[in-house]
Design a protein around this ligand. Structure first.
Ligand SMILES: NC(=O)c1ccc[n+]([C@@H]2O[C@H](COP(=O)([O-])OP(=O)(O)OC[C@H]3O[C@@H](n4cnc5c(N)ncnc54)[C@H](O)[C@@H]3O)[C@@H](O)[C@H]2O)c1
Length: 264
């Protein structure tokens, strides 16, 4: 096992990519702290323990720096010093063009998707640097590269994560810490499979692989990045998107997506 004796924390681990990542890290031998705003996150810890792993779950809002600092301390006491942080929690709070997006929706998306990751990093980085080993993965999106119709707050927050990632690398690579961003394309989580069929099919049509990604495909990349084997990969932006970023400008625009579908 690649992560024996490591302690990992995964945010947004109640479901989707975060849950799959927490389960995989535990199978690799890590003790895993699972965090979410919804109580269902306890189910992820139970699933890990049923497989013979060790886990602790905690409910808090990563947008609140005081709760983050208390929560990370509680996980440290339960599991030990934190070696691995996966900033996975994210929201799409509003779907509207720039002109109609409310400031509140913009601010909440930035607060959770970008500031939440910043607060979590602040809570763990000092101790990682002292112990001369750390792994941080920020779950961004291909939306960070090409923008996203009707989701300016989401796209801006995910692009902000890339600047956060690279700055952590610049400041802490010499401390044995890596910080990388993974950029999923369209992944088959309940949010995506519940989309209106026309939008989902349009997105699949502009994905060169012509399918949705699986949550395990993102989790596998994250598990590699937090292992010893990935020690020299730092400050990277790694898409896991079936090639979607190459057509990302079309994503979210039904008109453009159906035009692509008609192209032989
Ligand atoms: N599914 C996709 O196609 C896709 C594509 C690109 C990027 N992503 C990113 O991957 C990550 C996971 O996506 P998913 O599809 O599994 O999403 P999801 O909605 O299924 O899971 C996100 C989890 O984050 C939790 N969360 C939300 N706000 C929180 C907060 N303030 N504090 C703590 N937890 C909070 C939610 O309760 C939920 O359990 C997100 O950052 C998302 O933006 C997903």
């Amino acid at each position: 096992m690649r992560l024996e004796h490591r302690v990992a924390v995964v945010t947004g681990a109640a479901r989707g990519i975060g849950r799959a990542t927490a389960l995989l890290l535990a199978r690799e031998g890590a003790r895993v702290g699972v965090v979410d705003v919804v109580p269902e996150v306890a189910g992820t810890a139970e699933a890990i323990e049923q497989e013979g792993g060790r886990a602790a779950s905690l409910v808090f809002d990563i947008a609140d720096p005081v709760r983050v600092s208390e929560g990370v301390e509680a996980l440290r006491q339960a599991l030990g010093p934190i070696d691995i942080l996966v900033n996975n929690a994210g929201i799409v709070g509003n779907v509207a063009p720039v002109a109609r997006m409310t400031p509140e929706a913009w601010e909440r998306e930035i607060a959770v998707n970008l500031s939440g990751a910043f607060h979590m990093i602040q809570a763990v980085i000092g101790s990682m640097a002292e112990r001369r080993w750390g792994r941080i993965v920020n779950v961004s999106s291909v939306a960070a590269l090409g923008g996203l119709h009707n989701q300016v707050g989401y796209a801006a927050s995910k692009a902000g994560l890339l600047g956060l990632t690279k700055t952590v690398t610049l400041e802490h690579a010499r401390d044995g810490i890596t910080c990388n961003a993974v950029l999923p394309g369209l992944i088959a989580t309940p949010l995506v499979t519940a989309m209106p069929a026309e939008i989902r099919e349009g997105a699949v049509a502009v994905t060169p692989a012509r399918r949705l990604g699986e949550i395990e495909e993102v989790a596998t990349l994250i598990a590699f990045l937090v292992s010893d084997s990935a020690a020299f990969i730092n400050g990277a932006e790694i898409p896991v998107d079936g090639g979607l970023r190459l057509n990302a400008a079309s994503l979210g625009s039904r008109k453009e997506a159906s035009a692509v579908r008609r192209t032989p």
